[in-house]
Design a protein around this ligand. Structure first.
Ligand code: S3P
Length: 198
């Protein structure tokens, strides 16, 4: 199934601060198709922020809500879907997202994440205050999480570097890659090293 003018959709995955939401909105604006943010769907369903869900109900409850939000999002063809940074680690989510459309890993360096998320209090996995993390411990946590997650992100169909360039330029790179369709031979979960890169 496909949406507007045969457009199947695009899915953006990658670490916190990689630009999934801003790039996703830009792609959707350019194509004139709906933008769907999985975290927003979770927040709307729970009636509280991501940080509040983690604090009051715990991470497993958040992940369950996230799985449900993804099932709902992929039921509507032709959207640009931005996922939360942990969503693509779950095998069921991966299968659903890869079956939906081309999945693009927005790759970002540790240094960019540290700079982009400095002062951010909305990400419970990195929030210094509630976890009692010093700035240095927080940076180390970012590095460790990124390392642990990389193999999962690389199961995406395509990889786009996001350190250099504006949101508009990154959106253009994503569009140029997905315009050619999924790379052949990408079985669901086959390790393709993140597919074609831009
Ligand atoms: C998470 C990333 C967040 C949000 C939650 C957990 C993660 O989304 O889903 O805080 O596990 O990396 P963003 O990647 O949009 O920050």
């Amino acid at each position: 199934m496909s949406g507007k003018r045969g457009f199947r959709g695009v899915v953006l995955v990658g670490f916190m601060g990689s630009g999934k939401t801003s790039v996703g909105k830009e792609i959707a604006r350019r194509l004139g198709v709906p933008f769907e943010d999985v975290d927003d769907r979770v927040v709307a369903a729970a009636g509280m922020t991501v940080a509040e869900i983690f604090a009051s109900r715990g991470e497993p409850a958040f992940r369950e809500l996230e799985r449900k939000a993804i099932r709902e999002a992929v039921a509507v063809p032709g959207q640009v879907i931005a996922t939360g940074g942990g969503a693509f680690l779950d095998e069921g989510n991966r299968k659903a997202l890869k079956a939906y459309a081309a999945v693009v890993f927005l790759d970002v360096s540790r240094d960019s994440v540290v700079a982009r998320l400095a002062g951010d209090r909305s990400r419970p996995l990195l929030s210094g205050r509630s976890r009692g993390l010093s700035a240095r411990e927080r940076d180390r946590r970012i590095e460790e999480l990124m390392r642990r997650r990389r193999a999962a992100y690389e199961l995406a169909d395509f990889t786009v570097e996001t350190d250099a360039g504006t949101v508009e330029q990154v959106a253009e790179r994503v569009l140029a890659l997905v315009a050619g369709g999924k790379p052949s031979g990408t079985a669901p979960d086959a390790h393709g090293g993140g597919g074609r890169r831009a």
